[in-house]
Design a protein around this ligand. Structure first.
Ligand code: CA
Length: 244
């Protein structure tokens, strides 16, 4: 069983490495977020132990990029008891389990074995809303079967809106969920990106799926599974775009 440990405190990393090796794991250790991300995408691990506060990229950024890259290795996050990040946040961001420092080594091993038994988490399903579909793993967005190229930020924004289809979401909520936590610029950046998104997913298709709720925020209107193009099957678009 291969374990990747991403931890910048070298003494702690070394204790974990030695202990896990004794337990029969094959252990690689990386000391910053960049190297951790690189290792996790380049090699296959059964489980990853990921510290949150890391130089380079922090644990949240590492896990987000891993998932974006379609790497679904289970991740156990290490959180500091007095840290500003809580465990709920760790789960929201795609961790499969967490341990608060200082932790018992025996507990760590038990949790890692449980994660390995459970295997990679289930991939998120393709989100659909009317004729619009979004595949978070392949990072594809289709409208009536045509692929739409989105920038990573537009993609993240659309994912968030689709996950909250039918709900009114405020600009501040969107900003928190989609932008870097360190972003402290103008909340109106959200408006700008909603505009970009509309020009790609709505305007060319004569749709108006993102509603502006004045003074509040936005709502992606909920649409049934079957639009005029028929059931959203992955196999073929209902209307061939050109004669064969
Ligand atoms: Ca750390």
């Amino acid at each position: 069983m291969r374990v990747l440990v991403v931890e910048d405190e070298t003494s702690l990393a070394e204790v974990v490495r030695r202990g896990l090796t004794r337990e029969g794991f094959v252990v690689d250790v990386m000391h910053d977020g960049q190297d951790g991300l690189w290792a996790a995408t380049e090699s296959a691990y059964d489980v990853i132990v990921l510290d949150i506060m890391l130089p380079g990229l922090d644990g949240y950024q590492v896990i987000a990029r891993l998932r974006e890259a379609g790497v679904w290795t289970p991740v156990l996050m290490l959180t500091a008891v007095d840290g500003e990040h809580d465990q709920a946040e760790a789960f929201n961001l795609g961790a499969d389990d967490y341990l608060t420092k200082p932790f018992s080594f025996v507990v760590l091993v038990a949790r890692l074995r449980a994660l390995i038994r459970r295997g990679a988490p289930e991939r998120p399903v393709v989100l659909t809303n009317g004729s619009l579909s979004l595949d978070p793993v392949r990072r594809r967005v289709l409208r009536h079967g045509s692929e739409i190229a989105l920038t990573p930020k537009e993609f993240a924004l659309l994912t968030f809106l689709m996950m909250h289809a039918g709900e009114v979401v405020t600009k501040a909520t969107i900003l928190d969920a989609v932008w870097d936590p360190a972003y402290d610029g103008d909340v109106n950046i959200v408006e700008v990106y909603v505009g970009y998104l509309r020009r790609k997913i709505d305007t060319p298709f004569a749709e108006a799926s993102i509603e502006t709720v004045r003074g509040v925020g936005y709502r992606l209107l909920e649409a049934g599974p079957a639009g005029p193009a028929g059931p959203a099957g992955p196999a073929e678009p209902a209307e061939p775009a050109e004669p064969a």
